[in-house]
Design a binder for this molecule. Sequence first.
Ligand code: ADP
Ligand code: MG
Length: 321
Amino acid sequence: MGEFELIRNYFAAAPCAQAGEGVALGIGDDCALLAVPAGEQLAISTDTLVAGVHFADPCDPFLLGQRSLAVAVSDLAAMGATPLAFTLALTLPMDSADWLQAFARGLNAMAQSCGVRLVGGDTTRGPLSLTMTVLGRVPTGLALTRSGAQPGDLLCVGGELGNAAGALPLVLGQRTAEPAIAEPLLAHYWSPQPQLALGQALRGKATSALDISDGLLADCGHIATASAVGLLIESEKLPLSKALRAFLGQNAARVAALSGGDDYVLAFTLPPAELPQLLADGWPVHVVGRVVAGQGVTLLAADGQDITPATRGYQHFRETP
Ligand code: ADP
Ligand code: MG
């Protein structure tokens, strides 16, 4: 199968690649053309996933397609953006029709559930890796950045933490668990749901936000630095799923929530006055701490003792000591 036949069959033909709102010209020309309404800004983010680093190799191509797009779209959720389009740069060691078909189906399923259209990409041969660039739109001035947290704000998360990190030993085949435990954990790992609606609901309310990809402690560090504030996290308040607690026990579940990766749940800071209405509207908002004057992230035990661990989360390149 040639490069162009591959693009045509598996990507240009996918339902998510058809022209629609906001996409004036899709796959097939030198560039795609997008329409951004007046009064809105374009939000752009790129993510690369490398086989053996970001996902097990081999793995199920349907799940990979689904997950890689979800991970990329999660950055749009974190900015409060509405998804518009994405591009896919795909490097493949082979051109297996079965693999491509399943991958494209997974990609399409997530694209349709997020309302985002495939508008272009690049296809090359080499060790398996995927780069996705996602584009979204957000009313000018209302994007949720990392830099607006204020002392006095609450620190909140948009759902249970640690499930994907808990699933990792299952994904890697190192452990097994009964379906009641394995299924919800694996679902979080393979098809994280970008919190798009929550991100949009937080526009004009949250003072800062991001999506948790490297663990709550590490990612909150980014808010603390960008906003020049301190963040206190109360370890007793972390929302942990029943499945995670049953699988790992309470203590290891807490470590997974704090330092495990791949949650793709939003973390955000919120003036306390905004909380009651968000809860009344049914948004999944869990208060896990607060913003204070100072710097860095501090983890507190129930008795107020500082129990901040030394290591925080995954980094590809560590600073040399
Ligand atoms: P160019 O050589 O001009 O960069 P290509 O020949 O690489 O263009 O690609 C042809 C068209 O197919 C372009 O519109 C490009 O965006 C699109 N495309 C290539 N690979 C993919 C892919 N994996 N998924 C979606 N679109 C793709
Ligand atoms: Mg090309």
